[in-house]
Design a protein. Structure first.
Length: 168
């Protein structure tokens, strides 16, 4: 029974994605408003190894459908915005850029908020898989060049309710 329900949910999700893709292709003039309708909004901070704190407005991809949609069809994103993909358990994440029109920096983040890996300047619309080298519970997508400009590197700390510090 659960298998049937899972298949039905995936089918409905794919139909919704198709309808959304058709709608997005017809009107991409207001990407931020569209993202605001589809995703919960939040804020986060990233502390870099050079002791600086950077603030971001983010959209949260917190379920299968939202993670599948991500920033596809977005042609423009404000400089201090991004998307936080949250997963239910640690795993080696993989992403791609299909139907993503802007280049991105991807930060792969552990459960305690530590940035484990940065993949900078991804190629728009590429089908190449971008994989984490470690198990992570989140991926953050920022405009390409943001990581270098703000010196966000492996070891940076992300502050958001999705991350819990490791107990010693």
């Amino acid at each position: 029974m659960n298998n049937v329900r899972l298949r039905a949910n995936r089918w409905f999700g794919m139909v919704a994605m198709l309808l959304l893709a058709l709608h997005a292709g017809a009107d991409t003039s207001n990407d931020v408003a569209q993202l605001d309708e589809l995703f919960p909004k939040s804020t986060m901070q990233i502390a870099t190894p050079d002791a600086r704190l950077h603030n971001f407005n983010i959209w949260v991809a917190d379920n299968e459908w939202r993670r599948a949609r991500g920033l596809m069809f977005v042609k423009e994103m404000p400089a201090n915005n991004g998307m936080l993909f949250i997963y239910p358990q640690p795993f080696r994440a993989s992403m791609w850029m299909k139907n993503t029109f802007i280049s991105l920096d991807m930060l792969f983040v552990a459960a305690d908020g530590k940035v484990m890996q940065v993949v900078a300047n991804t190629t728009p619309q590429s089908l190449k898989t971008i994989e984490s080298t470690d198990e992570v519970v989140a991926v953050i997508e920022l405009n390409a060049g943001t990581a270098q400009r703000l010196r966000i590197a492996k070891g940076a700390r992300v502050m958001h309710a999705a991350f819990q510090p490791r107990s010693k």
